[in-house]
Design a protein around this ligand. Structure first.
Ligand code: C2E
Ligand code: MG
Ligand code: MG
Length: 692
């Protein structure tokens, strides 16, 4: 025998055994299938285990018995295999076992050809996919459960690996209109560049759970980032994102409402400037700080009521707005607030020298010194300015009080003036406070009394009435002029109890003389009493209690007080008049009442101020005014009384002009009620006594 051939044969046999062993012991099911019969040549052990058939049973069985269906007709791959275009293929099939049950398998078919390439046999490897399918199914199912659960929550779960690439995402996708595939494997930076979110991810990677808030497309999100661990190592991050827009907007609304409430409480709705309460707080803050407020300027528009009355509130509002704008832009470093109706306050939150404060006050006048166009009107307004300089950390109340008294001094000086609070004012304030204290006890201590000044028929020189004038005999200072203490009483509110006492006493004092001589009593009433609720009622009550006829009482209100809210005054006047009480305007000609204002007010008497009476016989302009005011009174149907007649010449001139009644030292000084009674009883005796 050829030694080469026998060696070769033994090699081949060895190889065949090897292959046979591999075939037989292989972990996968293996079959040889003859072509073109598709009968099984042999099946290995694994195949027997998989199918439940023995090797003997498998041998010669058509492969279609265990792998039913279309592996020839339907599977193009088999045809391709036959045609020689491919040498193998894999396909998932179902394997029918001996007991009839079917299991999923992956079938890998390879061609065994002869030297000419003709197909001899098919070698089929079958891998049981049952376990894999089950696992897949479990995973699919649980994924479906998670997805379903997640979908009901307004959250998105995302996981990223250490390189911040997305490894999974669930929930919220449908709503966002995106698919999982759009995210997976992508770097997180493709989806967010928000520094807070990236910081949270980085912290989580470092092992620390953290949160981030973001706003995307107007929606607010909260993301919780937590480290994903494998053993001790952080392998990635799981982040849970929740849409918190609803909570955020509810919170924002609440905050907004709170802020608005706060703003409204502190700010003026017209100008948007902070108001008085804010200013007081602000001054308090400054006082608490190191240096305190440098200066406070109070600015009060002159005759603002005239604008309101004659041109209407809309024009008034526009003027206020204009002033607010001018002042705010002219004093960018000062804090401007609306202090009251037509008052503004400017605070310097820095040290201010006296000269700078003066410059600021002049600056206020300067910014107002051009016309403002309000609709068809071209207006020019002036302001009175009171200035108080801060002394270190002076208390806010002191600063306000000082600026306020400086302002009233400026007002007294006429329109367009400013005053700095100084030592003289301080003394005056001191004096005022002392007087207030004295007045408080005066009523109870019997220091108050009333003097009656006759009101006389100028032609006949008969007494027709008497004005009640309050007197205060201070225990140390003696007689104090009402011109001095009435303003103090008005400011402190003491005017209300004092005014009631005057009304009571005057009505009571005059009652008897009213009955015997038919005179009336004229009582001065402060605007504060008049507009404090129920004024007409208490007057009515006094009259009823004392038994004085209402027509025997005239109430005098000084003209300058009529600058206040006209509506309120008119109501008060009407209430008094409807009860039969007469109303007089005192000191007429010194205030600034316009004709339109007067026409709105129902009045019975106008009292010509002494300023037009003194020297009326020699001063042409006084005479002119006296004549004009008489005409005005006639036009509104009011009677007239000329005040402060001191000479016969004045009396004669006034009588000539057409004045019917007068009052003054010539006709009678203010006197105790007993003296008035005596004079009424014996006018001649009285006159003689006066002459002596
Ligand atoms: P009035 O109501 O205009 O009173 C007239 C003032 O002129 C009185 O001053 C009176 O004494 C003074 N007088 C009268 N005739 C002459 C004159 O011929 N020459 C001069 N030079 N003066 C004359 P009086 O009594 O000092 O009162 C000042 C002001 O005080 C009053 O002005 C009035 O507005 C107010 N007043 C007085 N009593 C009361 C009161 O009971 N209540 C209120 N609210 N105010 C009062
Ligand atoms: Mg009077
Ligand atoms: Mg008067």
């Amino acid at each position: 025998p050829d030694p080469y051939l026998s060696a070769r044969k033994s090699d081949l046999l060895d190889e065949l055994r090897r292959y046979q062993t591999m075939f037989e012991r292989g972990a996968l099911g293996q079959l040889t299938v003859d072509y073109p019969s598709f009968d099984i040549g042999a099946g290995n052990r694994a195949m027997c285990a998989m199918t439940g058939y023995s090797a003997a049973e498998l041998a010669g069985m058509n492969v279609a018995v265990i792998i039913p269906g279309d592996h020839n007709s339907g599977a193009e791959t088999t045809d391709q295999l036959v045609a020689g275009t491919v040498d193998g293929y894999s396909v998932e099939r179902s394997l029918r076992r001996r007991d009839g049950t079917m299991i999923p398998v992956l079938s890998t078919v390879s061609a065994v050809r002869d030297d000419d390439g003709r197909l001899l046999q098919l070698l089929v490897l079958l891998q049981d996919l049952t376990q894999q399918r089950l696992a897949e199914q479990v995973q699919r199912r649980s994924q479906a459960v998670i997805d379903a659960a997640v979908a009901t929550l307004p959250v998105t779960f995302t996981t990223v690996d250490r390189d911040l690439r997305m490894t999974s995402i669930a929930g919220g996708l449908e709503r966002a209109g995106t698919r999982v595939g759009d995210f997976l494997g992508h770097h997180i930076s493709e989806f967010t560049t928000d520094p807070e979110s990236l910081q949270a991810l980085a912290s989580a990677l470092a092992g620390v759970e953290s949160t981030a808030r973001t706003v995307v497309g107007g929606e607010s999100y909260m993301t919780l980032c937590a480290p994903l661990r494998d053993g001790g190592d952080v392998t990635g991050v799981v982040s849970i994102t929740t849409n918190i827009s609803a909570e955020v907007s509810a919170e924002a609304k609440r905050r907004e409402a709170d802020e608005l409430r706060l703003f409204m409480a502190h700010h003026d709705a017209l100008t948007g400037l902070p108001g008085r309460s804010w200013l007081i707080e602000h001054l308090g803050d400054l006082a608490a700080a190191k240096q305190g407020a440098g200066a406070l300027l109070l600015l009060d528009l002159d005759d603002f009521n005239l604008i309101n009355d004659s041109l209407g509130h809309e024009v008034g509002d526009a003027v206020l707005l204009d002033v607010a704008g001018r002042v705010t832009s002219a004093f960018p470093e000062w804090t401007v607030t609306r202090y009251g109706g037509d008052e503004f306050a400017l605070v310097a939150p820095f040290t201010v020298e006296r000269a700078d404060a003066v410059a600021a006050a002049e600056g206020v006048h300067a910014v107002l010194d051009t016309d403002m166009e309000v609709g068809p009107h071209s207006l020019r307004v002036t302001a009175s300015v009171g200035v108080a300089l801060g002394q270190g950390r002076s208390a806010s109340s002191t600063l306000l009080r000082n600026a306020d008294s400086a302002l009233s001094h400026a007002k007294d000086a006429g329109p367009g003036q400013y005053r700095l609070y100084d030592a003289a004012m301080r003394r005056q304030v001191q004096h005022r406070l002392e007087m207030q204290g004295g007045l408080r006890v005066a009523l109870g201590a019997g220091e108050l009394s009333i003097a009656y000044q006759p009101i006389v028929d100028l032609a006949r020189r008969d007494i027709v009435g008497a004005e009640a004038l309050l007197r205060w005999k201070h225990p140390e200072r003696g007689q104090v002029s009402p011109a001095e203490f009435i303003p103090v009483a008005e400011q402190s509110g003491l005017i209300v109890p004092i005014g009631r006492w005057v009304m009571d006493t005057a009505c009571d004092d005059v009652l008897a003389l009213q009955r015997t001589h038919g005179i009336y009593v004229s009582v001065n009433v402060s605007i504060r009493q008049l507009t404090s609720g129920g004024c007409a009622e208490w007057v009515e009550e006094v009259l009823a209690r004392i038994g004085l006829q209402p027509c025997a009482l005239t109430v005098e209100v000084t003209e300058s007080a009529l600058m206040d809210d006209i509506g309120e005054i008119r109501t008060a006047f009407n209430r008094l008049r409807s009860r039969g009480v007469r109303v007089a305007i005192d000191d007429f000609g010194t205030g600034y009442s316009s004709l339109s204002r007067l026409q709105q007010l129902p009045v019975d008497v106008i009292k010509l101020d002494r300023g037009f009476v003194t020297g009326v016989d020699v001063r042409a302009e006084a005479r002119g005014m006296a004549a004009a005011i008489l005409q005005l009174s006639a036009a509104i149907g009011a009677g007239v009384v000329a005040e402060g007649i001191e000479t016969e010449a004045e009396a004669a001139t006034l009588l000539d002009l057409g004045y019917t009644h007068g009052q003054g030292y010539l006709l009678g000084r203010p006197m105790p009620i007993e003296d008035l009674a005596a004079r009424l009883r014996a006018p001649l005796d009285y006159a003689v006594r006066e002459l002596q």
